[in-house]
Design a protein around this ligand. Structure first.
Ligand SMILES: [Zn+2]
Ligand SMILES: [Zn+2]
Length: 91
């Protein structure tokens, strides 16, 4: 799973902060869009205007499933490279 703007594919790094209407600054994907200071749930999340498109999108749409393993993930999970268990010969 990775997080990216559904409109421009900008991928926020963990140090990017959003500002709530209460003035609190936090990384919205740490809390699934809920402000930890006032509890406001942000159903839509704005893309960063200086790195991305600056448009609002449904918070859920920012979560993407990976189509496949990256090389790094493949190397980090060697069990994926193990051949399927052998079955007894039949017939
Ligand atoms: Zn807040
Ligand atoms: Zn964007």
């Amino acid at each position: 799973m990775y997080i990216a703007c559904p409109k421009c594919d900008w991928r926020p790094t963990p140090d990017v902060l959003w500002v709530c209407t209460c003035g609190h600054r936090w990384h919205t994907f740490d809390t699934h869009g809920v402000c930890p200071a006032c509890g406001k749930a942000w159903k839509e999340t704005q893309c960063q205007s200086w790195q991305g498109c600056g448009k609002w999108s449904d918070h859920e749409d920012w979560y993407h499933e990976d189509d496949g393993l990256t090389v790094e993930e493949y190397l980090a999970n060697p069990q994926h490279a193990v051949a399927p268990p052998t079955r007894p010969a039949s017939g």
